[in-house]
Design a protein. Structure first.
Length: 223
């Protein structure tokens, strides 16, 4: 695998010069994981952050009662672990592969060296972390103010334009239990709402594929 080529195509690094990419590549290592593998546990100390070359990873934590809460579901090209790396504090979640995956672990020392040399990387990382914070605030707003039905509709339509009114097909990235936890719902509640939307003709469920005959009709339902 050409680590330099992979890093060069990461948005976080696309303003760096080739020699800077070379230095980052020296501080990176491949990490092949199988579905179910734990990348790190809550409480582990970070030594860098991760880039998903391909595959899928969930970030989650477990309650005192044993229940799991999924914080995020990440896919190809996404990074995670940057914020905690800079804080010098243990991970607050655990990371688990949801599919066979290939990742790069980019060492903290390599990132800090490049930040000292090139402030453009710092700006990029600040922008990325700010976007994560924006998503987190949106999540809190959704959990606090939106019904379970509204959360699911918002999730299904997250990649569709607001003014779209045609049909669409959404493929769920992982099983319904993980997505339900991501939306702060039980799996039973999630399945019940999908069934209700299906009975009203708003969606057609075929395994992980959700067909939406009329995007506008679904978007305006329950508003």
């Amino acid at each position: 695998m050409n680590i330099q080529a992979l890093l060069a195509h990461v948005p976080l690094f696309n303003e760096l010069e080739s020699e800077e990419i070379v230095r980052l590549a020296r501080g990176s290592r491949e990490l092949a994981t199988s579905r179910g593998d734990i990348l790190f546990h809550k409480g582990d100390l970070p030594t860098g952050f991760y880039l998903i070359v391909y595959g899928q990873v969930k970030l989650a934590f477990t309650s005192a009662q044993g229940g799991e809460k999924v914080v995020d579901i990440l896919g190809q090209g996404q990074t995670f672990g940057e914020a905690v790396m800079f804080m010098d504090k243990p991970f607050m979640v655990y990371a688990q592969a949801l599919a066979d995956s290939l990742l790069l672990h980019i060492a903290k020392t390599a990132i800090l060296d490049e930040l000292d040399k090139d402030p453009r990387l710092g700006r990029k990382m600040i922008a990325g972390l700010s976007m994560r914070l924006h998503h987190l605030i949106n999540d809190v707003e959704s959990y606090s103010l939106h019904s379970g039905r509204q959360r699911i509709i918002g999730y299904l339509l997250r990649d569709n334009p607001v003014d779209g009114d045609k049909g669409a097909t959404v493929t769920l990235p992982t099983n319904k239990g993980v997505i339900a936890s991501r939306l702060n719902l039980t799996q039973e509640h999630f399945s019940r709402i999908l069934h209700e939307l299906s009975e009203k003709g708003l969606i057609v469920v075929e395994g992980r594929k959700i067909h939406i005959p009329d995007v506008h009709r679904l978007r305006t339902h329950d508003q």
